[in-house]
Design a binder for this molecule. Structure first.
Ligand SMILES: Cc1cc2nc3c(=O)[nH]c(=O)nc-3n(C[C@H](O)[C@H](O)[C@H](O)COP(=O)(O)OP(=O)(O)OC[C@H]3O[C@@H](n4cnc5c(N)ncnc54)[C@H](O)[C@@H]3O)c2cc1C
Length: 399
């Protein structure tokens, strides 16, 4: 249906997406490209959540952890389609996503750190991932501004990065050109599921109608205070706070402190193409608090400086805090609620939402048009109901 002729409260969309972070925006874009009529509802402005705070590492190998093989498969699948996703976005909008194939160097400054990184290298070898242990001299050949007292590093050539804020802007422009409506500064006040589909109540306006709804509200997807969504349908997601520091080269492009992502045990530094640097990130269980603390800024600068002393010459731009949407097993929730299949989940991406945006968009858009996603990954491992014990009556869905 032509969007201009849509009559609010009467004409249904194919899908309403709740939340305009990179996940909701990617889902909306992929769905629109499959011909669906999409509306995105955002309680603030697009990118207001974690998506504009993220450093933007696309690091399936560097972030691979023991016991998270399913997440690794999904991350590799998304990393493989990131270049095409970025090219398609740029072709559709003329805007960049900041995608750069940088590689990453994980550096160690004492024996303990080296042992931990070599253990990670062993995991990579066991999983067939590309990484190699480098001597201090070889590390400094790659990154001449590294502190001279390093004892070695694990080089991951395939990891890359994008600029999440550029990504949000490009996705918004792409949605605009697809005719997707973004309803900003609007918090839903209720929702219902009936024979005719989904009704999303919004204050001061006619309800929005759709055949299906996608929950992409990031860390707020399981918020006990979000009364608009019945408790039984809220996602098993909690907020995990992260703070980052931004530094800029003055003038731009003049002072590349690092050419690659540089990671230590307690920090990472992600370079942007203009010479600026994002240093991250704390991991804090502080509920929905997003305050910036002196301690976090101090710790990030101290750890970054220990590895890359020249960053002291960069201009301090500021610090940001955001809430990662975390699940009990650190992997996202993808797919429909088995009891209320008109509700799909695209949330819980924790530390990897920027990396996982392309694959999430593709998977959820395929499910919305009742197609099998074109993916060599077992999506059952990301079922939204995987944490609910069949015997848990409090989670029985009655809506
Ligand atoms: C410090 C930090 C560093 C990170 N670094 C990386 C990284 O290097 N690489 C990587 O891949 N990932 C990284 N992440 C993780 C990444 O930011 C998240 O996984 C990702 O942004 C999640 O996207 P999202 O769209 O699900 O959530 P969000 O970006 O939080 O978006 C959710 C949106 O939903 C909206 N919303 C909430 N409730 C409602 C409601 N009731 N109605 C309407 N709208 C609502 C919010 O306002 C928000 O805009 C980092 C995160 C942090 C905090």
């Amino acid at each position: 249906m032509d969007d201009e002729k849509r009559n609010p409260g009467v004409d249904p969309y194919d899908v309403i997406v709740v939340g305009a972070g990179v996940i909701g925006l990617s889902v909306a874009w992929c769905a629109a490209r499959k011909g669906l009529a999409v509306c995105v509802v955002e309680r603030s402005e697009p990118g207001a959540g974690a998506s504009s705070v993220a450093a933007g590492m696309l690091a399936p190998v560097g972030e691979a952890s023991f016991g998270e093989e399913a997440l690794l498969e999904l991350s590799l699948a998304s990393h493989a389609i990131w270049p095409e996703f970025s090219e398609n976005l740029s072709a559709a909008t003329g805007l960049e996503t900041g995608f750069l194939l940088l590689g990453a160097l994980h550096v160690a400054f004492d024996g303990d750190e080296a042992a931990e990184m070599q253990r990670k290298g062993d995991l990579h070898e066991r999983l067939g991932l590309d990484s190699s242990w480098l001597s201090p001299d070889r590390c400094r050949e790659l990154e001449p501004r590294l502190a001279p007292n390093l004892v070695g590093g694990l080089y991951v050539p395939g990891d890359s990065a994008a600029d999440p804020r550029q990504l949000v802007t490009a996705l918004q422009a792409a949605l605009h050109s697809e005719g997707v409506e973004i309803v900003s500064n609007t918090v839903p006040s209720g929702c219902g599921f009936g024979d005719s589909g989904v009704t999303l109540e919004i204050p001061d306006g006619a309800p929005l109608l759709a055949k299906r709804m996608v929950l992409a509200a990031g860390a707020w997807s399981g918020d006990p205070e979000s009364a608009w969504l019945p408790e039984a349908l809220r996602a098993e997601v909690r907020p995990v706070k992260g703070q980052i520091v931004e530094l800029a080269a003055e003038p731009p492009h003049s002072h590349p402190v690092a050419e690659r992502i540089v990671c230590g045990e307690r920090f990472y530094a992600v370079p942007r193409s203009d010479g600026s640097l994002v240093i991250g990130a704390t991991v804090e269980e502080k509920g929905f608090d997003t305050g910036i603390t002196a301690g976090a800024v101090h710790e990030l600068l101290r750890e970054g400086y220990r590895a890359l002393p020249d960053l002291a010459e960069l201009r301090f731009v500021g610090a940001r805090a955001g809430l990662r949407p975390a699940t009990p097993d650190n992997a996202p929730l993808l797919g429909s609620n088995p009891i209320e299949p008109r509700l799909l989940y695209a949330t819980g991406h924790f530390r990897n939402g920027i990396l996982l945006a392309p694959v999430t968009g593709e998977v959820i858009a395929s499910l919305l048009v009742d197609e099998e996603p074109d993916l060599q990954v077992d999506l059952d491992l990301f079922r939204p109901d995987r944490f609910i014990k069949p015997s848990d009556p409090s989670k029985a869905v009655t809506v």
